[in-house]
Design a binder for this molecule. Structure first.
Ligand SMILES: Nc1ncnc2c1ncn2[C@@H]1O[C@H](COP(=O)(O)OP(=O)(O)OP(=O)(O)O)[C@@H](O)[C@H]1O
Length: 856
């Protein structure tokens, strides 16, 4: 057996080999040592006698899935090796073979939450002409292919797709290897294929680009070699170009929290969380795809909007469609299971129930007044025949197992009906026998029973044992309070019943497979229907979200880049606030305004305002309505961001380096048609460097790039740039101070902010009183030095060493020292009604401290 093991292991050196031995899957050698550690298994040895015992660890076969998943989740591969013949019937060594290689990109997790996620395997080929990339979700069989110019573009796609595994044909530079490692992407070698493969020619029929073809061939080749099963559900590959869509790098998508919160990585708090009102897993997956690739074509966006509008206008149509969609299962994944041949009867019934919902949907759509909905309905083939076939073949509530009968309705197959008659007659005979034997023996509680070991028997309680006719009955089993007997007649009928039963179970399985194969013929039609229903699900979801949240339909223009959003809101922030408390804001950028320079206190809402604009742009180009009273928008080609929490882990760069790289992306690649969001650029370095860079970046964006830019900054000095830059406009988020307390207005107002209120915000955060007072004093001194006369960086140092350094001459000559003056100011500005006696005492104690410090 071990020889056979080593032979197979040789072919899968980089995978854990799960080797079936009886009821266990065993791991041997290094696999066992490593596997025992990762999976917390007991490590044993195959034989204690030999000199070099073979390490071994095993898992029970019923529980294998969870162990395999754990390993694959961690990025390993697992080769499942099965016994290919019944060990009892095998002559000599049992034949074994690999039935499936499970890899991170081909793993299919089951369960409702996972179903909403796609798991993509990506194939990349490199050649002198560039890179070809193709990816597929094995559970649905969809395939997409594109070509890209460099590895940076490839890595961006890999990250955007959240791919877990890449099949790559070229050598990797250390840098690229490092990237893939940090991004937790497993790299696999392509598998050479020989001969013709119908799957390959089928899927690549619509591809024209050579690199895309190569990548697709490599993809399908890898799937064929890892999946030792039918892949009849692979779909015709769709070619795409990144530039066909609104481009956002993976970092931008993360920063904007389109599908997951940047902090938690979870759906909650993301745009998807707010706008996903779909009822099917197919719809949820499609919406995610749309969010990653918003459209550029006004016509295509308008089509989506028309659908949403029509559903919004037709209340009953929409309600009926939604009700029916609730009964639709995951057609795309069911189709995959049909292709693999592992679909069970219950799943086929789910398919038929889903198909039965389609005519209801079509009726609802056809009865509406909207030509868009009617056209959409006319494109749909409800596949009535398939639905009928399944629902007239299978019983209503079949078991999960397909090998133990109880699947097929009466009247479907004459032979099956005959077996069933025989079984029924046999059972009738048994009932009759029981009655007759009771009469003959006078034993009232004699009964016929059945168990797996002895088959049918006659059971007599101990009290009646002496009445048993031992000339006819043979004792078979003794229980504590009863005896069991058989008779030749009973055994004869048992044989008849059992034979009918075995035959009928076998026949039922055959009939089930026939049904499954028949349904298999409809795979492409089922996939098309799945896509159509997924889209309808997203449209109705958009309708629900528009209605619930009061969104408006945005309009588009292509002749200018003017932006006009009236009373726009941030879809997520507004959702987590109490209803009505979000303050809406406008964005009005015409030809005269390319850059909005946004100032305002921390926490006032600068980031929210900028993100709000980007989210409205994305939502609009996806076809969703937007949180605003009115939105008239250009079509953006790309969005760039430099906002807070970036994905530093993957790049391995310092925060400031990430900040600069992101800024660089925008400066290099943004066009007049792009949207750029820069939040506090320059913050990560020394003040003057930061300010200088920020100023230069604003100027470059203004003069050279011309993209619509929202630029938030705490460098008030930059606000004077509006004097020289004609297309730059200052705006600020309003805040006021009332009795020493900061009140955020969250309202965007024209012009620069007058103060930064940083210390007030620090106070809100609960910083120690002493720190706040010290900061206030330093601020006053800085302001006295005159912010306009910004000197060299060393001047900053002066600030913090001012205590030790001699005070400026004019201050010394004054009668009242600045510290005393400060105390006097505070006293005269103190609003007593706002303070408790204790607070006043604390203040007086502080002043005393200040005056003491001043003397020293
Ligand atoms: N328009 C608004 N209406 C109501 N509340 C808002 C609005 N905008 C922002 N807020 C609230 O203010 C909080 C802070 O907003 P935001 O993070 O945008 O401030 P910021 O000015 O960018 O701060 P910082 O400069 O510290 O990064 C938000 O979490 C939200 O609760």
């Amino acid at each position: 057996m071990m020889e056979q093991y080593y032979e197979i292991k040789k072919q899968y050196p980089d995978a854990f080999l799960f080797y079936r031995v009886g009821d266990f899957y065993e791991l041997f050698e290094d696999d066992a040592v490593k596997g025992a550690q990762i999976l917390e298994l007991t490590l044993t040895h195959r034989s204690n006698k030999t000199e070099n015992p073979v390490p071994m660890a095993g898992v029970p076969h019923q529980a294998v899935d969870s162990y395999v998943n754990t390993l694959v989740e961690k990025g390993y591969k697992v080769a499942l090796c099965e016994q290919l013949e019944d060990p009892k019937k095998a002559k000599g060594m049992v034949k074994r073979g690999i039935i499936q290689l499970v890899t991170p990109g081909t793993m299919m997790a089951e369960g409702p939450t996972e179903a909403k996620e796609s798991n993509y395997l990506t194939s990349v080929v490199t050649s002198k002409a560039g890179f070809g990339l193709a990816y597929s979700d094995l559970s649905t069989g969809e395939i997409y292919a594109t070509h890209l110019k460099d590895f940076a573009a490839v890595s961006n796609e890999l990250l955007s797709l959240r791919t877990r595994e890449v099949v790559y044909n070229g050598p990797l530079t250390a840098e690229n290897q490092d990237f893939l490692y940090k991004a937790n992407i497993t790299v696999s070698e392509p598998t050479p294929l020989s001969g013709e493969h119908a799957e390959i020619s089928y899927v690549e029929q619509s591809l024209h680009n050579q690199l895309e073809k190569l990548a697709t061939e490599q993809l399908v080749g890898y799937l064929l070699s890892t999946q030792k099963r039918s892949l009849a559900h692979l779909q015709v590959a769709q070619s795409y170009e990144v530039s066909q869509y609104l481009q956002m790098s993976h970092v931008v998508q993360n920063n904007l929290e389109l599908v997951a919160s940047a902090k938690t990585g979870k759906k909650m708090g993301s745009l998807f969380w707010v706008i996903d009102k779909t009822h099917t897993a197919m719809g949820a997956r499609l919406l995610k795809q749309w969010l990653a690739r918003p459209l550029l074509s006004v016509e295509a966006i308008n089509h989506r909007q028309d659908m949403v509008q029509a559903l919004l206008d037709g209340y009953f149509t929409r309600e009926n469609v939604i009700d029916a969609l609730k009964g639709v299962y995951d057609l795309e994944r069911l189709t995959g299971r049909i292709a693999f041949g592992n679909v069970n009867a219950r799943e086929l019934l789910q398919l038929s129930r889903s198909l039965h919902a389609v005519p209801v949907i079509l009726d609802a759509l056809m009865q509406s007044d909207s030509p868009d909905l009617k056209n959409f309905a006319q494109e749909i083939d409800p596949l009535k025949g398939v639905a009928e076939l399944i629902s007239t073949t299978l019983v209503k509530d079949p078991p999960i197992l397909t090998t133990e009968g109880g699947l097929i309705q009466d009247g479907v197959d004459q032979q099956l009906d005959r077996y069933r008659d025989a079984m029924n007659n046999g059972k009738k005979w048994l009932a009759q026998m029981q009655a007759e034997e009771r009469e003959k023996t006078g034993i009232d509680n004699l009964k016929v029973g059945y168990n797996k070991v002895f088959g049918y028997y006659l059971q007599v309680s101990n009290g009646n044992k002496d009445k048993v006719p031992l000339d006819r009955y043979t004792r078979k089993q003794t229980l504590t309070n009863a005896e069991r007997y058989i008779t030749p007649e009973l055994k004869e009928h048992e044989n008849l019943i059992m034979e009918a039963q075995t035959r009928s179970t076998d026949l039922e399985y055959d009939l089930f497979v026939k049904l499954r194969d028949e349904v298999k013929k409809y795979i492409p039609a089922l996939q098309k229907l799945g896509n159509q229903l997924a889209a309808l699900d997203v449209y109705t979801g958009f309708t629900t979200v528009a209605e619930q949240n009061n969104y408006c339909r945005p309009s588009f223009h292509t002749d200018s880049q003017d932006i006009k959003v009236i009373a726009g809101r941030h879809p997520v922030v507004e959702k987590v606030m109490t209803a009505g408390s979000y303050i809406p804001n406008d964005v009005k950028m015409d030809e005269q305004t390319n850059v909005y320079l946004i100032t305002g206190p921390n926490m006032s809402g600068k980031s929210t305002y900028m993100r709000q604009m980007a989210l409205i742009a994305v939502m609009a180009q996806v076809g969703c309505f937007v949180p605003a009273d009115q939105a008239d928008l250009p079509i953006f080609d790309q969005i760039f961001t430099r906002i807070g929490a970036a994905d530093d882990l993957i790049s391995g760069q310092s925060t400031f380096m990430v900040e600069m790289s992101e800024a660089n992306e925008a400066l290099q690649y943004a066009t007049k048609r792009s949207l750029v969001l820069f939040d506090e650029i320059g913050r990560g370095t020394a003040t003057y460097d930061g300010m200088a860079l920020a100023g230069a970046i604003v100027k470059y964006l203004h003069d050279k790039v011309g993209a619509k830019t929202l630029f938030a900054t705490h460098y008030h000095e930059l606000t004077s740039m509006d004097q020289t830059l004609a297309h730059l406009k200052n705006i600020h988020v309003g805040a006021t101070e009332e009795n020493g307390k900061l009140i955020f207005l969250h309202k965007i107002l024209p012009g620069p902010a007058d103060q930064s209120y940083g210390i007030h915000v620090a106070q809100l955060a609960g910083l120690p009183h002493k720190v706040l007072r010290e900061a206030t004093k330093l601020l006053k001194r800085l302001e006295a030095q005159g912010a306009s006369e910004l000197g060299p960086a060393s001047q900053q140092l002066d600030l913090f060493t001012a205590e030790a350094a001699p005070a400026p001459a004019e201050e010394v000559s004054e009668e009242i020292s600045p510290a005393k003056q400060d105390v006097l100011d505070q006293i005269s500005n103190l609003y007593l009604a706002d303070k408790t006696p204790l607070e006043v005492m604390q203040l007086v104690a502080d002043w005393q401290d200040d005056l003491k410090d001043d003397k020293q």
